[in-house]
Design a protein around this ligand. Structure first.
Ligand SMILES: O=C([O-])[C@@H](O)[C@@H](O)[C@H](O)[C@@H](O)C(=O)[O-]
Ligand SMILES: [Mg+2]
Length: 431
């Protein structure tokens, strides 16, 4: 049967999603975080869905990009990148510096564009898969595993958002010391069966975080453990932590900020270093790999430009003998499905991927994705294998519409200032 895969409509729905008070080196998560849901519709009435960052700087690019897409073929995935180059990026959005708000490495015009393209690429793949009756992993060359392993993503956490802040109540409680971190890890294993653990660090002085990892090692002997302070430490501190935890860590993630500092740490420790901050674009690869700065690159398919680019990144990593896995940011089920499809196709995936999904009590899907034994089963249904719940989408969009603008951009430092008016984003290195 001949199908008409022409894109006839594109819908963009910005939403605000409940987020618990998770602490990081910048501050604390806001009570609601922005995401953008992308829908592309074909002439045959097939709809594909995608998801990406929803802050204003992404919306500004997504809108003109969506207009350009109408009339093009849903299978023209490579064309998305050429099209994206035609969308002007406001220079005030580009710093060339680390994006302090999002802990996602440098902020360049290309990276902003790629973060937008990824939402559309996933939506096009979903639509194409539905049209062809094929799962997304088949469109990427086929799965090499039936389930993808994720790690428990542990956070220091307050029990509640600060007093007076309108927020959803969560049932995780506080985690502010080693005992709290271990209790949180136990809850993760009981609820989802995770067997490897990542702790978001850079929150407390290193000795306290070392103690938390040691407590985890004692509670879960032999399980893979990671610590990620998002570049908050000096080279010296990073080496001290590596020496203290060398026996129990699978890897240290972004202990120090930037490739030169990471290279210095890597040269003096046997503990592998992972990153989602110093290698965030293809342009950053040559320096980092030739300097031996990182042993594992954690892809975020959003800012790498989608699932096809994630596979290209994996191939480059394989060529250089560098490991590959995935980090995550606050996201919903569409992105978890996308991550799972692409991870299922990557041959040398030797580390469990990260996901914030267990922290998200809300979603836009009719059925939430589930973790079984810490793994998400790879769907063989056409497309991503997920279904949009229009009522839930409308509810979360209404929240975005009703917001006075303060939550439409992620700002962990601003959220921290509600509790501590003197809070400023700590200078790096913090310790
Ligand atoms: O959600 C957070 O607070 C994380 O710190 C996130 O923003 C990071 O991008 C990410 O999870 C990471 O691994 O660095
Ligand atoms: Mg990280």
């Amino acid at each position: 049967m001949t199908r008409d895969l022409t894109i006839t409509a594109v819908r963009l729905t910005p939403i605000l999603v409940a987020d618990p008070p998770l602490l990081n080196t910048q501050g604390v998560h806001q009570p609601y975080t922005p995401r953008l849901i992308v829908e592309v519709e074909t002439a045959d009435g097939i709809t594909g869905v995608g998801e990406t960052y929803g802050d204003a700087k992404y919306l500004e690019l997504a809108r003109p990009f969506a207009d350009k897409l109408v009339g093009r073929q849903v299978a023209d995935l490579n064309g998305l990148f050429t099209l994206a180059d035609e969308v002007a990026v406001d220079s005030s959005r580009v710093s060339g510096q680390v994006d302090v708000g999002g802990l996602r490495g440098v902020q360049t015009a290309d990276k902003l564009r790629l973060s937008v393209v990824s939402g559309f690429e996933v939506a096009c793949l979903d639509a194409l898969g539905k049209a062809l009756g094929l799962p997304v992993h088949a469109l990427l060359g086929g799965k090499v595993r039936d389930a993808v392993e994720y790690s428990a993503y542990l956070f220091y956490k307050w029990a509640d958002h600060p007093e007076g802040v309108a927020a959803e109540k969560d049932d995780w409680g506080a985690a502010l010391d080693p005992a709290g971190v271990v209790a949180q890890a136990r809850a993760f294993t009981e609820r989802y069966g995770f067997t490897s653990f990542k702790l978001k660090g850079g929150v407390f002085p290193p000795e306290e975080e070392i103690a938390a990892i040691k407590a985890l090692a004692e509670a879960f002997p032999g399980h893979p453990l990671r610590l990620d302070p998002n570049g908050a430490w000096s080279v010296e501190t990073s080496l001290h932590v590596a020496a203290e935890l060398g026996d129990v860590l699978e890897y240290l993630e972004d202990p120090a900020l930037g490739t030169p500092a990471m290279a210095e740490v890597a040269a003096k420790t046997g503990v592998p270093l992972a990153t989602n901050m110093c290698v965030t674009t293809f342009a950053e690869i040559p320096e980092a790999f030739t300097k031996g700065a990182v042993q594992v690159v954690l892809s975020d398919h959003h800012y790498w430009g989608g699932l096809g680019n994630t596979r290209q990144l994996a191939a480059v990593c394989r060529t250089f003998g560098v490991g590959v896995s995935m980090h995550s940011n606050t996201h919903l089920g569409i992105s978890l499905a996308a991550m799972t499809h692409v991870a299922a196709t990557v041959p040398d995936l030797h580390h469990a991927c990260d996901s914030h999904y267990p922290w998200q009590s809300e979603d836009v899907l009719t059925e939430r994705l589930t973790f079984d034994g810490g793994k998400v089963a790879v769907s063989d249904a056409p497309g991503l294998g997920v279904e949009l719940d229009r009522d839930k989408l409308a509810f979360l969009h209404r929240r975005w519409l009703d917001d006075d603008g303060t939550l439409r951009d992620r700002d962990d430092a601003a959220a921290m200032r509600v509790a501590d008016p003197d809070w400023v984003t700590p200078a790096v290195p913090r310790w």
